[in-house]
Design a binder for this molecule. Structure first.
Ligand code: SF4
Length: 270
């Protein structure tokens, strides 16, 4: 295995193509990001910043007319925060282009947030902190980095929906599910997230979710009591893997397409 702890992202890459996992985490081949890859990073980071700052911003809502203003400044904060988080990738991109892209990416999140606030204000008369706590995710439940020493797992849970009794970790996947459900390679990361969330938030996890951004859809899997054993077995499989067989159907959207010898041989055969 490439590192001491397995992350959900590593498990996902292994599920997409074991050879890609080998190139990225064992041979540590530098990644050549396309503009599309960089935009995916912007999209992911913008959601983390948006949800992490939403509760504090919404605590300033005292009346209905504040909502528009609060969400407009929240968008500005999301743009600034995303630029600072992704600065090493975006040197070539124009600021105005980035700001427009983020505004477009977050338009659904913004609208949903504004509607939630309006609903809490109109139906229950909530304002300020009370409204923010009821309508938004806790900043501590957004982008939480967790290490599970027992199971040798590590990773960041983008969003966690937490109640008194349970927790639902939610993964962000920039892009769409190609079928009407969860992609095969996303199942193991969701199982890993369930273990990480149990460790990091100390709550039971019965469901593990994924948000596909285009079109925006949320799916979840049920977490069974044998989840731990399934993940353990998968860690063993990756650890003991020596062949790292290429899975060529994914080559067209692979960051290693230029350096991968298997992709080159595919092209020659075509
Ligand atoms: S180019 Fe294709 S075979 Fe090579 S690592 Fe990427 S997905 Fe795997």
């Amino acid at each position: 295995m490439g590192s001491k702890y397995l992350t959900a992202q590593q498990a996902r890459i292994f599920g997409i193509c074991p050879y890609k996992y080998y190139l990225q985490y064992i041979r540590k081949e530098p990644i050549s990001y396309s503009q599309e890859d960089i935009l995916k990073k912007l999209s992911y980071a913008s959601r983390i910043v948006f949800y992490a700052k939403e509760q504090d911003a919404c605590a300033k809502i005292e009346e209905e007319r504040d909502i528009n203003h609060v969400y407009a400044s929240l968008l500005d904060m999301a743009v600034a925060g995303t630029i600072s988080k992704t600065s090493k990738y975006i040197a070539e991109l124009d600021f105005e282009y980035i700001a427009k892209f983020i505004a477009n990416e977050l338009s659904r999140d913004l609208n949903e947030g504004m509607l939630k606030c309006q609903w809490h204000l109109q139906c229950f008369g909530m304002t300020g902190k009370e409204l923010a706590i009821r309508a938004c995710y806790m900043p501590d439940h957004v982008g939480k980095r967790i290490v599970d020493f027992r199971h040798k797992l590590a990773g960041t849970i983008p969003l966690a929906h937490i109640t008194d009794h349970y927790c639902i970790p939610i993964q962000f996947e920039v892009g769409s599910a190609t079928t009407n459900g969860i992609e095969k390679e996303d199942i193991m990361p969701l199982m890993i997230n369930a273990l990480l969330a149990t460790e990091g938030f100390g709550k039971k996890v019965h469901l593990s979710g994924i948000l596909y951004t285009k079109p925006r859809k949320i799916f979840s899997i049920q977490i069974s009591p044998d989840n731990k054993d399934i993940v353990k077995e998968h860690i063993g499989l990756i650890k003991e893997c020596t062949t790292f067989a290429p899975t060529t159907p994914h080559c067209h959207r692979c960051e290693y397409a230029q350096v991968c010898e298997y992709n080159a041989s595919c092209k020659k055969l075509m």
